[in-house]
Ligand binder design. Sequence first.
Ligand code: PLP
Length: 389
Amino acid sequence: MKPSVTYLDHAATSPLLPVARTAMLEVLDGTFGNASSLHSPGHAAQNIVEDARSAVAKLINASPEEIIFTSGGSESNNTVTETFRGQKIAVSSIEHPSVLESSRARASEVIELPVDQFGRVDMGEISHASQLGVNLFSIMLANNEIGTIQPVSEFSRALQASDKPVYLHSDATQALGKIKIDVQALGVDYLTISAHKIGGPIGIGALYVRQGVPFKPLIIGGHQEHLRRAGTTNTAAIAGFGAAAQWCWDNWSCKKWVEVATLRDQLKSRILQTIPYSSCNSPDHGCLPNILNMSFRAAEGESIQLYLDADDVIVSTGSACASGDLEPSHVLMALHHDAEIAHSSIRFSFGLETTPADIDRVMSVLPKIIARLQGMSTIKLGESHEKPR
Ligand SMILES: Cc1ncc(COP(=O)(O)O)c(C=O)c1O
């Protein structure tokens, strides 16, 4: 990427950390063996995998045996819904498509729990659904489009009071590395994570499976991962994931993310103050420090993204997975039930390397882009500015 580029799409994927790259190159250049083989190169590869497993487990306060390596967040989510095939699954209506669509494809019934204007599931909805014989609840720890953090530990406490066995899965793909994650404190049975959101490589992730809970592999036909995920072990990618997890552990500092949140809030205020008809879709409280979702009435999200790209500012419209899709974001629709707000949204997502200069850069180009698009729009805008929430 050109050094002049302002990259504000970390929620789509983060740059590979140098430590992850080094760990991967050591495997690619040196440790050739198949981690399942019984010879010494195989043992060397297996040791690398087990070290990485320990680093990943430590980051979420799990035991290494409870970590299954997968190809990423999507596969981890699909593995959980496969485990509950033919059963009743309750999901928040703003889950990632790999939870929503895989639940719809596999469950006997899917109950979609509504969210409030900030993207939060109400505790009453959880209690109500638990009385309907739900077998699995899947509620993400933090949303990928707007950043809302769900009170998952409160949900797990409420479910523990249920008289029937009910399990809780949380997709923590976006939350990992941004907020502290402790599977014991959260009280979850399954937790999804992915390497490329924390500076590890794309194509590797993990599923935490609490000891003793139901489990059915998604990919069968091999004894890898203790018969829980078949396929020759991707040692280099796992080494990269382990190195990134260890880096997060060693460098964890809330202070750094508070600084990122400050930059995010500055961008939000400057946009709301400067750009007519702008509004914020991310909650003021209980939000990941690095995600800001804004709407700009009468300016189409994809056009804003393309104009910003031409000015070397990289952002996303809603989730990267939904880009290119003409349907409005299901997350924003669940919040506002307003297709115009959903179609005019942009997600800015920050990393630890984001600086005040990046915010200045956005503000040097964005107001002009929005003014141009609003000027070309057929939507009639009134005199008054959108009120900030
Ligand atoms: C919340 C969430 N879940 C799952 C995924 C899918 O993860 P992966 O890209 O590792 O398959 C993403 C990716 O953006 C995500 O944001």
